[in-house]
Design a protein around this ligand. Structure first.
Ligand code: PEP
Ligand code: MN
Length: 337
């Protein structure tokens, strides 16, 4: 249930409504827009909406039938803008995250970050715990990897994002990352999502391999309802019958999510296609469609990459792409850092 307050309703009126709703067993979440304050009431109790409509300052009570409430545009009409290390995602901003699939060594991270920093990259990606399809494939360097990415990022003035796979890794990640990445395979790891609701850093939440947009937004709702509003949604391709690409990158995510939700939606063209030569065209298409950001795999030398080399760009390719994206963005009223 969403309670839309009248324009300029007083704080006393808002407080009274909150008290009333909470005393009826609901949790409340507040959205203070330019004109209206919206109170989100979440819980499994039943309340007659007319009793709320009668309270002073209430304009309208909207019963939200879908499960996503706090993530919805109805709760917050303005775009959420999430800022990390000076890079903004959402609204008129398109942020970029780049780096290798996995952290292999200090040297590999340093060479990659060194090159990327020349192309203005301010957020470095790299997995230390890798969700590999085969248990025999490289599983990541673990804490050692997190130490490496942190130290390399610090040396180059960058922020860090890395994938957390399990609630047992919470303390570890708190020490090393600026953005928690929830991978496609963990989009429905509800225990992990609940924990993400309690951390005070942004989350990149990837769409599951065969998840609908509604399921993606419901997963985000777990995080927002826990108190963390800084969620960046990520389309990374879904499983279809197509075999020429690793996944099918569903760019309709951009207009669909933007209509349903205030949260930023970014695109991962690397996992979305699985092939280096498809990354630039799909990145250009994403920016043209108004995405709020991109997460792109880049390796200083993809030929020797332990993981996902075929979909990783060479730094020079990234640099060329970045220049193109900077030209496309203003056409759709966006800005790239
Ligand atoms: C990744 O970003 O390295 C990754 C494993 O992505 P996804 O969860 O989208 O497969
Ligand atoms: Mn990868």
């Amino acid at each position: 249930m969403l309670i839309v307050m009248r324009e300029h309703a007083s704080q006393a009126c808002v407080d009274k409504v909150i008290n009333f709703i909470e005393s009826n067993g609901f949790e409340t979440h507040l959205s203070t827009g330019k004109l209206h304050t919206v109170i989100g009431a979440v819980g499994d109790k039943v309340i007659d909406p007319r009793n709320i409509e009668l309270l002073d300052g209430v304009q309208e009570v909207i019963k939200v039938s879908s499960g996503f409430k706090l993530t919805s545009r109805m709760f917050q009409s303005e775009d959420s803008i999430i800022e990390v290390n000076g890079v903004k995602f959402g609204g008129k901003y398109t942020g970029i995250i780049a780096g290798p699939c996995t952290i292999e060594s200090y040297d590999q991270m340093d060479k990659t970050a060194e090159a990327l920093s020349k192309s203005n990259v301010k957020i470095l990606r790299g997995g230390a715990f890798k969700p590999r399809t085969s248990p025999y494939a490289f599983q990541g360097l673990g804490e050692e990897g997190l130490k490496i990415i942190r130290s390399v990022a610090d040396n180059h003035g960058m922020a860090v994002t890395s994938e957390i796979m399990d609630t047992s890794q919470l303390d570890l990640f708190e020490k090393y990352v600026d953005i928690y990445q929830i991978g496609a395979r963990n989009m429905q790891n509800y225990n992990l999502l609940k924990e993400m609701g309690h951390v005070n850093k942004p989350i990149v939440l990837k769409r599951g391999l065969s998840a609908t947009f509604e399921e993606l937004l419901l997963s985000a709702e777990y995080i927002l309802s826990g108190g963390n509003r800084e969620v960046i949604l990520c389309e990374r391709g879904i499983r279809t019958f197509e075999k020429y690409t690793r996944n099918t990158l569903d760019l309709s995510a951009i207009p669909v999510i933007k209509k349903l939700s205030h949260l930023p939606i970014i695109i991962d063209p690397s996992h979305g296609t699985g092939l280096r030569d498809k990354v630039a065209p799909m990145s250009r298409a994403s920016v043209a469609a108004g995405c709020d950001g991109l997460i792109i795999e880049v390796h200083y030398n993809p030929e020797v990459a332990i993981c996902d080399g075929a979909q990783s760009l060479y730094p020079e390719q990234y640099d060329e792409l970045y220049k193109e994206l900077k030209q496309i963005a203003p056409i759709v009223n966006k800005e790239i850092y």
